[in-house]
Design a protein around this ligand. Structure first.
Ligand code: ATP
Ligand code: MG
Length: 273
């Protein structure tokens, strides 16, 4: 059990959720996690582990994919959010940046950013926030008049993140920001996540396959495999954990090793049980 102070610090709590697609395919098998205010929490794991499904369960985007949460609960500031559509969730301060960056290709970079503020009527504040986004993403200022569809993958990732920031969120659910980007750009994107976290106090739940970079920037991490959390801990601890290291090595070799195959983890788990 969490004590009262811990609960208060957690903006988001996912309690033992199960998700089923198409009424039959059980994809999340009891996932629990907590996202403390002002922190960067990483949700790690390989292809198909259930990261995107977890984020979509939180932001209520599963219905369009014939998915549903069949067990457990999701609380934001202690309130159930299961019945809120994504727009209502944005009003509560939670916004998701989808995997694969979705920009409005025919709009300019700046027009894309402004769509993120469509619910807001305070135009002076919107203008200030646009300036704030350009401070974090100088590249977007340079490209402000370019058609978004013609910008690079990295720039589109920045547009997607910048647009999310324009809604002045308290929490950003960020899905796989490193996807398809060169290492140097990945580094740059994560530097910006850190700067936004520190500068604006925005809380992040970050889904990433790139465990290595995510654990350098996140405060805490959860490792998902096959729809279950197999390990969690402070990012610094996870980085030094021999099992996690072995898992990476396995990932870089041909034929990724399953985290469950790492024996000492199982042993440790038995001790803890
Ligand atoms: N709409 C869907 N219908 C049926 N099964 C789905 C659907 N979406 C995802 N799945 C399955 O759910 C599992 C988890 O997928 P999910 O996209 O959540 O994984 P992920 O961790 O985000 O992976 P990746 O790193 O590749 O993005 C996978 O086995 C996937 O095939
Ligand atoms: Mg995914």
């Amino acid at each position: 059990m969490l004590d009262a102070t811990q609960t208060q610090d957690n903006l988001l709590e996912v309690n033992n959720i199960e998700v089923i697609y198409n009424h039959v395919i059980l994809v999340l098998k009891g996932v629990s996690l907590s996202v403390p205010k002002g922190r960067i929490t990483a949700l790690l794991g390989g292809n198909g582990a259930g990261k995107t499904t977890t984020l979509k369960a939180i932001s209520n985007l599963l219905a369009s994919e014939r998915g549903e949460v069949t067990k457990g609960s999701i609380l934001y500031r202690g309130e159930r959010v299961a019945d809120l559509n994504p727009a209502a969730l944005v009003k509560k301060g939670v916004i998701q940046v989808m995997e694969g960056r979705h920009c409005f290709e025919h709009l300019t970079v700046e027009e894309n950013l402004l769509t993120g503020a469509y619910t807001r009527s305070d135009s002076a504040a919107v203008k200030r926030d646009l300036e704030m986004v350009y401070e974090y993403f100088p590249r977007l200022r340079e490209r402000r008049r370019s058609q978004a569809g013609y910008t690079s993958g990295g720039e589109q990732q920045m547009v997607a993140m910048g647009r999310a920031l324009m809604s002045r969120p308290e929490t950003i659910l960020l899905d796989e920001p490193s996807m398809g980007l060169a290492p140097q750009l990945v580094e740059q994107i994560f530097e910006i996540v850190k700067a936004v976290n520190e500068g604006e106090g925005v809380t992040f739940l970050l889904a990433e396959q790139n465990t290595n970079v995510a654990l350098r920037f996140a405060h805490y991490g959860y490792i998902l495999e096959n729809g279950r959390v197999v390990m969690d801990g402070d990012a610094a601890e996870l980085r030094e954990n021999p099992d996690v290291k072995e898992f990476y090595l396995g990932m870089s070799d041909e034929g990724r090793k399953s985290f469950r195959d790492v024996r000492s983890y199982r042993r440790r788990k038995r001790w803890l049980a």
